[in-house]
Structure formats: structure tokens, C-alpha cells
Design a protein around this ligand. Sequence first.
Ligand SMILES: [Ca+2]
Length: 216
Amino acid sequence: MRTSFLTLTICLITIPAYAKYSGGTGEPNDPYQIATAEDLMLLGETPEDYDKHFVLTADIDLDPNLPGRKVFDRAVIAPDTNDATTWFEGTAFTGVFEGNRHTISNLTITGAGYLGLFGQLGSWLHQAEVQDLMLLDASIIGSGNYIGSLVGVNGGEVARCHSDGTVTGFGDQVGGLVGQNGLPSRGIGVKLSWHFAYIAVIFEAIFKYFQRSFAR
Ligand SMILES: [Ca+2]
């Protein structure tokens, strides 16, 4: 009798399925839910999920002074993984990120190239979408090429997104929202619609040149 009770008890214990992020399965009708800075950073560290669907379900503050956050040295999602070359060697984001009109604030990156929340959006073979997302008080400093706040290189579709903050670039292709719209040598299929950026874009190299000029 005691054995039967024990067996029954064990059978009644259900082990919850391992849940990724804050819910969802990553499918179009059940996107992964991104609700915290930890979720967002986990997404960044999981390239095998870059072709999945995501929805932002809360405002996220990436202030480096808050616990668990940091000053990033690469794009949070889909970064270039080798700064020694000018071409992109990471895994591009080729999924869908629905911002759901939420904000991501205080994104802070100091790095080389392909900087922004997304390093490269879309690829030669696959589309990508980011929509209805607001970046507040972004601070991006890049010594290389393709520097934006939302996207370094956009080979996908960015719709109804905006950003404010500062983007400082020392190289080529620096923009408030997107560093370069279109993959290098590719313009077809790339779309940037209903976006705006209240952002100070600072081309440091030019600025320093003028400083030097005036100093002489
Ligand atoms: Ca590279």
C-alpha cells in the first residue's frame, strides 16, 4: 500500500516544460516573449534563435548601472564576431522582432563595427523584420563602419521604429537609426518605413579634423 501511494505521488508530479525567455515557442502565432533585460540579452547570446519570431511584452531598461546590464562592446543581437575584418562574420538576425510599441532605453555600446541593437538585420538569402519599437537614450560609439542605434546594416524591413540618443561614428556608414540601409551591394528587398530618429549623429573623424584645423 505504501509503495502504491508513493508511485501515485510520483506520477502526479508534472515536470514543467523548459520555457525559453518569458514564454512562447518562437513560431509566428506564438512568438517568444521578451519581457526583461535578461530575455533580451539571452536572445542576443542565442544565434540559433535568430530566425524565430519575438514580441516585446514590456519596456526594457538597459542602463549599464542596473544589475545584470553592461556597456556592450558589440551589437546586442546579431553582432559581427571579428573586428579585424570589415565584412560581417556573425549570424544575421533573419526572424521577426515585434516591438509592440514598447521601449528599450539606455542601450549603451562602445565597440568597433556593425553596432546597434541589431548588428546585421537580414541576409542575402533571408528577410527579417523589426517593427513598432522605440529606442530611448541610446548611446552608441563605434570605431568601425556601419554604426546605428537600432541596426548597423539593414538587409531587412524596419517599420514604425524610432530612436533618440547619440550615435558617434569614426568610420563609414553612420546613421541615427540605421548605419547602412541595404546590404553592401544589395538594395533590393530592403525597406525602411515610417521611422524617425531624434538623434544626434556625430561623425567624430570629421569633427576632430576641424578641431585640428582650427588649432593650427
Ligand atoms: Ca568583421
